[in-house]
Design a protein. Structure first.
Length: 368
């Protein structure tokens, strides 16, 4: 008999939820984490008594009551509502696109006036949008696309909008009301004290080895457990034998400022292509902080190279086709289950990641 029932590679949300649920069922679990901390990209640090989202802004939102009940059973959440703004040529615009935005750009005050202008601009796209540029214009017209979508998106993805798939922009809501809430979900908030509260609770009492690269001693680690839950990059697991998938990476510059507030909201996007960062995050706003100092982070998109931290997949036709080939290899890999954003080469919001992990728990652990 092997030492562990499950070896979980990666201490992010997907892996931590599975480890927690499996342990509750009496399974022996070992969690391996390459970084020097648990939590994956939702890890937080305390700086000047401010909870800092180390890897960029994370706002939990969901319409799945089961997922909401699950996370709120682990820790208390505040009632933060995400109301980001966009800076273009020194002017601030409300996001998502709503009547505040349309009033600023078009000088209109009623939904009908806004719709008339946008519909006229949208009409240049006929048929199904073939790329992100066409999709964005079909949603909000060329003027808003040019000012508030094009530069930001091209920085974020490192590609021209004409070369990006249309589905990316479908995540941006468009409203003809004065509603600045970025998300449409029923439930929204941030853990009081940061996301470490969730991860620490999930991994309580479970053996975790930090600074441990599973792939460096893959065969040895595979021999330790009956099954493996792998949440790293799927192509690296197979030593890039079919070629490497593309990812986007990020770089963060964080500084403490000797002022009370830097900007009026937690997140301000910078939409001009020539400004190298995509957004500035002021962390104290996530918890309505009143501290005498503030901490800000500039977020820079980066091309991913082997050895860099991959943050999210590039789901274009080439990469999706290559992933399908890797998926076939994965299906033949005995007793290894691939999960999470990198293991399944799929963009997951936090709630969807938890949902997917709980579904796997149900399939694997059943009613044991």
């Amino acid at each position: 008999m092997k030492i562990y029932d499950y070896l979980i590679v990666g201490a992010g949300l997907f892996g931590s939820v599975f480890a927690h649920e499996a342990t509750k069922k009496g399974k022996r679990c070992l969690v391996l984490e390459k970084r020097n901390h648990t939590g994956g990209n939702i890890y937080c640090e305390n700086v000047k008594d401010i909870t800092v989202h180390k890897y960029g802004a994370h706002i939990f939102h969901t319409s799945n009551k089961n997922v909401w009940d699950y996370v709120t059973s682990l820790c208390d959440f505040n009632d933060f509502i995400n109301t980001p703004m966009a800076n273009y040529e020194g002017k601030l615009y409300n996001l998502p696109f709503n009547m505040n935005t349309f009033s600023q750009i078009f000088g209109v005050t009623t939904p009908e006036e806004a719709k008339a202008i946008i519909n006229e601009q949208r009409s240049e796209i006929t048929g199904e949008p073939k790329n992100l540029e066409e999709q964005a214009i079909s949603l909000v017209g060329r003027e808003i696309y040019t000012k508030l979508v094009k530069g930001y998106t091209e920085k974020q993805w490192g590609r021209d909008c004409k070369d990006l798939p249309a589905f990316i922009i479908k995540r941006l809501p468009v409203r003809y009301t004065y509603d600045n809430n970025y998300f449409n979900d029923t439930y929204q908030g941030i853990p009081i004290g940061g996301y470490n509260k969730i991860i620490d609770k999930l991994l309580e009492g479970i053996e975790v080895r930090l600074n441990t690269d599973f792939l460096e001693n893959k065969d040895e680690y595979l021999s330790l457990a009956e099954k493996v839950i792998y949440t790293g990059t799927i192509d690296s697991y197979f030593d890039y034998s079919l070629g490497n998938l593309d990812y986007r990476s990020l770089r963060f510059e964080t500084e403490t400022l000797d002022i009370k507030e830097f900007q009026p909201v937690a997140v301000v996007n910078y939409n001009e292509r020539q400004i190298p960062y995509t957004r500035i995050i002021e962390h104290k706003h996530f918890e309505f902080g009143k501290q005498p100092k503030t901490v800000i982070t500039r977020e820079y998109p980066a091309d991913w190279q082997k050895g860099d931290e991959p943050y999210y997949p590039v789901n274009d036709d080439r990469n999706n086709a290559l992933y399908e080939q890797y998926k076939l290899l994965a299906e033949n890999e005995k007793n290894v289950i691939f999960g999470g954003r990198l293991g399944q080469y799929k963009y997951y919001d936090m709630d969807k990641c938890i949902e997917a992990s709980l579904l796997l728990c149900e399939e694997e652990l059943g009613n044991e």
